[in-house]
Ligand binder design. Structure first.
Ligand SMILES: [Cu+2]
Length: 162
């Protein structure tokens, strides 16, 4: 536990000693700009909690059939281990399978038909996004597939009847 505590302390010190880190830098990578500029019906932003393996937004919703942009906003994170994405999965029963396969998959995205849609991984101080059409009404789990994160980074995408 002492080792863990010293890592946490180091992370905290880093946050407070690098106040200007990331300042003035556009958080949207150039290749992402067209996706952020695409016209959509609803934009759903999932923020990562600062330097924690948690989402701030764990329940997001939009009408079935709507054109939606999901944004993973990782701009509050300083630690380089805090790489996050949003991977929406068709059914809860497939979450563990996808999460485990993701650890060895390129970009942490396994080739699994249970994956509905996913954002690219957002490095600290960046935002990534994906545009897609909302699935039929229901509740769809989403997780971060960066290794070690899925147990605490979970949420629900709610598709409401329209
Ligand atoms: Cu993560």
């Amino acid at each position: 536990m002492n080792h863990v505590h010293s890592i946490l302390l180091a992370a905290v010190v880093l946050v407070f000693t690098l106040p200007g880190c990331g300042g003035g830098v556009d958080p949207i990578p150039p290749e992402m700009v067209p996706i952020f500029e695409e016209q959509v019906d609803v934009e759903l932003v999932v923020r990562a909690r600062r330097n924690a393996m948690e989402y701030l937004d764990t329940r997001i919703e939009a009408p079935a059939g709507a054109k939606v942009r999901i944004v993973i906003d990782n701009t509050e994170t300083s630690s380089s281990a805090m790489v996050h994405n949003v991977v929406v999965i068709h059914v809860e029963s497939a979450v563990d399978r996808v999460a485990l396969a993701a650890q060895r998959a390129p970009g942490n995205i396994p080739d699994d038909p249970a994956i509905l849609v996913y954002t690219p991984q957002a490095e600290p101080h960046t935002k990534m996004a994906v545009v897609f059409t909302m699935p039929p009404a229901g509740e769809y789990p989403f997780i971060c597939t960066y290794p070690g994160h899925f147990q605490t980074m979970r949420g629900t995408l709610v598709s409401t009847p329209n």
